[in-house]
Design a protein around this ligand. Structure first.
Ligand SMILES: C[S@@+](CC[C@H](N)C(=O)[O-])C[C@H]1O[C@@H](n2cnc3c(N)ncnc32)[C@H](O)[C@@H]1O
Length: 299
């Protein structure tokens, strides 16, 4: 049976089963998700392709079924390692046997484990094709535990309000890629010297998944971050604002977020036609000068 229709039919059955289970215990409530429908092999190939798997990737499948996704990734690249977890013990056994048969058991293992207990801190690619409710329940775990830049893939279903970074669209079987974003929300500060004048920037960033926006202050001038782009740990934006003693200045920032630091470069264009590229080091701060009194100009 075609994977999509069987999964959709299964989802319809799930609603009825959920109603019956409404009064069940927490343990039972999780069991109701444990339905096995394998992804069709052409879909597996598209998932692996969209993940752009490279040497040294660690590819996992949360709810690995018969192991086909991790096994396909390992077959395609001998430098890839991977593992899967499944709640169904006989599928886990079958997957480990397949790994042995295909000669990849040294690089690929399957465990009888609940997806919520999987350690995803050191993986680079996460596949999952579970009912939307279960993927929604797993979303905070992925965003909290997986490293920025981890590629998350699924098909047919989505991640709710966390928009995909890319889709490989095909009627009835779209495959999606989500990239775990670095955490940039909060207060940041950095220094720069332009035309010999030192400036301290105090920025405030707001974030929802990979969507970020922000504002910054230098002296008594403020500017809005434009063209903000956050993809994994790669973060860039531009700011056009007047700097006292310099004039209207354009900044193009690009860097990598690493915990409480962002390191990169800023291209600065000043009104006298100068273009310079400077190192950029932003640090997370607990308080911000953004809110300090601004005052009014006196004649
Ligand atoms: C739709 S199948 C997908 C199998 C495989 N990922 C694929 O795409 O071919 C979902 C799998 O998730 C497993 N599963 C469901 N709930 C789980 C849970 N809470 N923990 C671990 N595995 C689970 C099921 O046993 C089933 O094998």
């Amino acid at each position: 049976m075609n994977g999509r229709f069987s999964m959709v039919r299964a989802a319809q059955g799930l609603v009825a089963a959920s109603m019956l289970l409404a009064g069940a215990t927490g343990a039972l409530a999780q069991e109701r998700f444990s339905l096995f429908v394998p992804s069709a092999q052409p879909t597996v190939e598209r998932l692996v392709k969209l993940a752009r798997i490279q040497d040294n990737d660690v590819v996992v499948d949360l709810g690995s079924g018969d192991g086909r996704i991790v096994l396909t990734a390992a077959r395609d690249n001998p430098k890839v390692r991977g593992w899967g977890v499944d709640i169904n013990e006989s599928l886990v056994r079958q997957s480990n046997e397949a790994a042995k048969k295909q000669g990849v058991a040294d690089r690929v293992q399957f465990y009888h484990r609940n997806v919520f207990d999987a350690d995803i801190r050191d993986v680079t690619v996460i596949n999952m094709w579970l009912f939307p409710e279960l993927m929604r329940l797993l979303r905070p775990k992925i965003l909290a535990e997986a490293r920025p830049g981890t590629r998350v893939l699924t098909h047919l279903f989505d991640m709710g309000s966390w928009q995909a970074d890319e889709w490989d669209k095909e009627a009835g079987s779209s495959v999606g890629l989500w990239i775990v974003p670095a955490k940039v929300e909060g207060y940041w500060s950095w220094q720069s010297t332009i035309n010999g004048i030192p400036f301290t920037h105090d920025a405030i960033l707001e974030q929802r998944f990979q969507m970020a926006e922000g504002v910054t202050r230098a002296g008594n001038r403020r500017g809005i971050l434009q063209n903000v782009r956050l993809r994994g740990e790669d973060f860039s934006f531009s700011v056009e604002m007047t700097l006292d003693g310099v004039g209207l200045t354009r900044h193009d920032f690009a860097g990598k977020v690493n915990g409480d630091q962002i390191k990169g470069t800023v291209k600065v264009s000043t009104p006298d036609g100068k273009n310079v590229e400077l190192p950029w080091l932003a640090r997370r701060t607990t308080t911000t000068a953004y809110f300090r009194p601004t005052g009014v100009e006196t004649k």
